[in-house]
Write a protein that binds this ligand. Structure first.
Ligand SMILES: [Zn+2]
Length: 434
């Protein structure tokens, strides 16, 4: 059996006398309790940004305050009128609890409505959210325990219970796919064995039932009870969180990808209902790709490879065609006697633009070239000509187009939106260029 102190942040979060007092709240004594009636000790108005909230402290609570890597619970409070004994028969107004935090050794519930001090409240925890957290948290204990065993010896440095996936940070630079799948198999067979998960609360760190391994990491001056989560025959671990009472309730673990972080490895995972959710969203992506690629999943990779190759070839061809078209257009323009040459293209095309400007470079020593590209609502322009003329007319041209731009050395370019302005802009060039 591994005796583990929790990770660094657990030590920081759980091993203060304040939080150890908070450990003895009802949510930690009976994590499967979904409803509880308690009394309001205090209710203070606070401002969080622009919003007004209330900090409500109760005599006891089944709502877990964020800590030990586990996010807080959500839920509702319902004020019980003092003259009614059977709360089951009442339809009471729900006061939403949207956050629970530890403060001064107790749990503070954040609500949008105030509750009278001294009143009795019936509280109900958002069970779906809580049960999910219990599955992920017990899963993390199990994963950390197996990863720390021989031959791996990966210690958990930190962990995160995210909204969709979780991770443990292990003190190893890498984990091979083989090791990952071996750890996953070991954990899943322990889950199938349905071993009990129990919580023991020891009165103090000097309790005879506690071995030194249990209390490793506890401050020497620690007073108060010590809470230990045990996975039978696998792991004992100091922790303030809420846990399942059997590994069977974990259902399954799926280890996902890994990521490097400052010499450590983040190993991502999902447990319980999240495994099915992850599978479902993977299947949805697969179905979309199935339609888009008109092929079964086993051919996705080769199909995408082929499409990407086709795309590269098509792009090269299009570039070549653009260059050829621009050269043809340049020849036609050079044959005209017009001093202001205008080309309008329906889409932005850098190959076309560069080739046209290259082929017209000499002509632009004496003549003007206006190239516009794009559609109504979003177009760009390039204006070329003798340096002094472009310097003189560039800004006026942009103005006539109703757009903006800049440039130098005989080139002025910018953006505009209304293609109907081109005619007037061309007239402006003709009027001002002798
Ligand atoms: Zn824990």
């Amino acid at each position: 059996m591994t005796y583990r102190t929790h990770t660094v942040f657990h030590v920081k979060i759980t091993l203060t006398s304040r939080t150890l007092r908070a450990m003895l709240l009802k949510c930690q004594k009976e994590p499967f309790l979904q409803q509880l009636t308690s009394r309001v000790i205090s209710c203070h108005e606070v401002k969080k940004g622009k919003k007004k909230h209330y900090e409500v402290v109760l005599e006891d609570t089944i709502m877990f305050a964020e800590g030990g890597g586990q996010p807080c619970d959500h839920g509702v409070l319902r004020v019980v009128p003092s003259d009614v004994s059977d709360i089951e028969k009442l339809s009471l107004t729900n006061i939403k609890v949207h956050d629970v935090q530890r403060k001064l050794g107790t749990a503070v519930h954040y609500t949008d409505n105030s509750v009278a001090v001294g009143s009795e409240v019936n509280m109900e925890v958002d069970w779906k959210r809580r049960y999910d957290h219990m599955q992920q948290h017990t899963g993390q204990h199990l994963l950390s325990a197996i990863a720390e065993q021989k031959p791996y010896n990966f210690k958990t440095v930190s962990w995160n219970l995210g909204a969709t996936i979780c991770h443990v940070e292990l003190n190893t630079p890498s984990i091979s796919d083989e090791v990952k799948s071996e750890i996953e198999q070991k954990i899943n067979s322990l889950i199938q064995s349905g071993r009990p998960v129990t919580t023991k609360v020891y009165a103090s760190k000097d309790d005879q039932g506690l071995s030194s391994a249990h209390t490793r990491g506890l401050p020497a001056d620690h007073t108060g009870p010590v809470r230990v989560i045990e996975i039978e025959g696998v792991d004992e671990n100091m922790c303030c969180g809420t846990h399942l009472n059997s590994l069977a309730q974990l259902q399954m673990i799926k280890l996902l990808h890994t990521e490097s972080k400052r010499g450590n490895t983040l190993l991502y995972f999902v447990c319980g209902d999240r495994v099915l959710k992850t599978l479902q969203s993977a299947l949805e992506v697969q179905q979309k790709l199935n339609v888009l690629l008109s092929s079964p999943p086993e051919l996705f990779a080769s199909m995408v490879e082929k499409l990407s190759k086709d795309h590269r070839t098509a792009r090269k061809n299009a570039e070549k065609l653009s260059e050829e078209l621009a050269s043809l257009h340049a020849t036609t323009l050079l044959n005209s006697t017009d001093k202001v040459l205008v080309v309008q293209r329906p889409t932005p095309d850098s190959e076309y633009s560069l080739t046209l400007q290259r082929d017209m470079r000499d002509a632009c020593e004496k003549r003007l070239l206006l190239l516009t590209m794009g559609e109504q609502g979003g177009a760009q322009f390039v204006f070329r000509g003798p340096v002094d003329v472009v310097d003189k007319l560039g800004k006026g041209l942009a103005q006539k187009l109703g757009g903006k731009g800049g440039g130098r050395d005989g080139k002025f370019q910018g953006k505009f939106t209304d293609l109907a302005m081109v005619e007037d802009a061309v007239q402006y060039l003709r009027d001002n260029f002798e």
